[in-house]
Write a new protein. Sequence first.
Lengths: 219, 132
Amino acid sequence: MPTEQLPTQEEMEYLLRDDPRDFIAALHEYFTKVLARYIKRWSWGVLDPHELADACQETLLGIWERVQEPGFDPECPLRMVYGIARNIAVTMRRRKLGRRVRANQEAVVNAVAADLSGTTVGLEWRLLLPEERREFQQAVEEIIACLPERQRMAAQAFAETYEELRERDKYRLLAAAMSAISGKMEDVATVKSAWRFARETIQEKLAQRGFGFMKGKDR
Amino acid sequence: MTGVNGGDREERAKEALIVSALRRDDHPDEQVDVDRLPKLTEEEERALESFAANFIERLMAGEMDLALRHRTNEQRERPDSEPAAAAGAAGFGLDRAEEIDEETKAELEEQRKKIVERKEGEKEADGEADRA
């Protein structure tokens, strides 16, 4: 369903204030597929169809429980809806990839900051406008989703293990994460190679979309 | 950053930007551009249809599986331990003040000027193209 045909935030808020049962029924009727696609985005497409359906069901159940909590604020309910959907998607993704559910987000932030510090790439990033940054992030997601399967899995495994790779430089973590996605034992050399190809493709495609500073050094 | 040369540092920075795009933890969306969400496969559509049947009726009747309920409570918690304020598109280590030596700072300042000049040139070229 196109965005313009979905109920608006205001309409959903009205329903919620009037009767939470109508709100959840409208969510179910109009937003189930949108939520499934949103969950697919945040779970990076690693969930199988039944896991994806489970995630949707659990999202709706979570929303239903949340709106019944005493003191629940019904303002802007779609923010709460997408927030719950995203948390469930990330949790299920991390489980599927054999990772702890609670990532050490501070370690990720520190690793990113350290990698960007003192680089021209970091400088280019800081000079991007907010909408250009959003476009960049969306482009990365779209490009990875379209990669050949092995490259996509390697990119996902790299992203999920990044902070530990930076800290310990142990690529067996990458192989373990890739094994969790592919369902078979993966060796370090093969996975590193798949990630290298994936990275080159991502960089090349980002450069084609106007982010020239992402072009690979060998290109 | 001992042991990592300039070219490798730039490559690591590119990797960091790729990762931060995927693992960003910004505020939940209020509006979603449906056209840019990944499409569902036929198999996924079928799996959704099978759960969707009678879902609301069962939910209202309080017939949802208890085990599922427990799982949901656990999953609904923030999967990442740090508050969103620590991350976010702007705060994801992407705009952090740099701790660098004077020489690097001077080199970066030079680079910054070049980038700004290049961007201004691009803007002017775009403006001329629009006028043409």
